[in-house]
Design a protein around this ligand. Sequence first.
Ligand code: AMP
Length: 456
Amino acid sequence: MPFTKLGLYSSILRAVATKGYGEPTPIQQQAIPAILTGRDLIASAQTGTGKTAAFALPILNRLGPHQARGPRVLVLEPTRELAAQVDEAFREFGQFSDIHTALIHGGVGFGKQRNALLKGSDVVVATVGRLMDFLHERTLNLEHLQVLVLDEVDRMLDMGFINDVKKIVSLCPKKRQTLFFSATVPPEIEAVARFALTNPNRIAIGRARTVSESVTHAIYTVNQGLKFNLLVALLKKTDFHSVIVFTRTKHGADKIARQLKDEHHSVTVLHGNRSQGQRKDSLAGFKEGRYEVLVATDIAARGLDIAGVSHVINYDIPMTPDDYVHRIGRTGRAAATGDAFTIATPQEANDVKAIERFIKASIPQLKLEGFDYKALPPPAAHRPTALAPDYKPSRTHGQRPAHGQNQNRSGPRGGGGGGHGNGGGGGNRSGRPGSGPAPHAKGKPAGGQWRNRSGR
Ligand code: AMP
């Protein structure tokens, strides 16, 4: 079914064509007509299925021309990055209309956001905390709201935002359309849906894949003092496309990033001590392929959706099995698959078992061929331990790599540093280093030529 059959106005169809979308994705085919009826909707669909357009297009269709009296659409997102992506989508799809949008999130000053609200925005895309601030100071009221979108509700629940979400819902007019998106709808999320929705339509796109279906795992056990050497050796032997390295602490992340730079990797860092500007640069650079390695802490990486991450490497074993699932969920997004390597010390065998119990699968224990497991560890001063006492934050983290640094790599890494979002990119990975079962068909979007995410 083409987009033209979905009941959308020509200005919106023009924007869709400008984006280069050919056919609507399954969720778009189902959700667009359903949302155009004005009824509430629960859709279980993951990021990567085209769900942003599935709600943004019919919402814009229903909005008509700009009105300055206050937001008529509110979209709540769990993270700043997702909010920014969705705001951008509304701007792009609304480019042939006069709709005003405002992006509201923490980590930056209030001034610009306050002005956008005071000027009158039709669509507000927000994270919960900053939105609450504006509601408290009465810069914003929701009395004219017509459509409320609760996006990625499972992640909001994860991140502890659900009570604030409920507060915001209770400040919205009773007569409204509410659209509810969540990758899964377990009972606790069903309860939120009952609170927020009236007689909803339901759409389920695909079965949520288990982590063992979408990600190939491996554990590499090594003594504490050799962890960094092993990381470097793993990166050398892996034909990776883009990789996220997880550490437990911000300091550990900075230190590993610094050391990886010394090893001539193009690296950026994401953790809670970084400014919004630095976070933006890190993410944009990583998505565009300017950085091939992103070193991140758990909290910073929650909710991140980056297409085409070929590998996740747990430099430190996660604190909880739940964190493990979140970390490795950064690869194998949408229809692709990915590799997750965990570096563990012999003392962490019980943590590994706990993860295996949690994901209900055993994780192959691999040895990296050619790696000297008996080598003496480098002197402590050269070793990035998570909480090294000599740590001083580096001012250079997150800076762009020097010109040409990206090209130093041997092997087929992302086709010369272009966008790494689309399906073919991950396909040239030869998979895991060392011994172990062959990786299954990786990086190929299952039957989905629509997963042509430019630069995401
Ligand atoms: P989302 O699930 O909304 O994050 O979308 C995932 C990616 O698919 C984004 O890069 C979209 O721009 C892209 N996308 C969404 N719908 C389509 C479509 N019908 N055709 C091609 N690409 C699409």
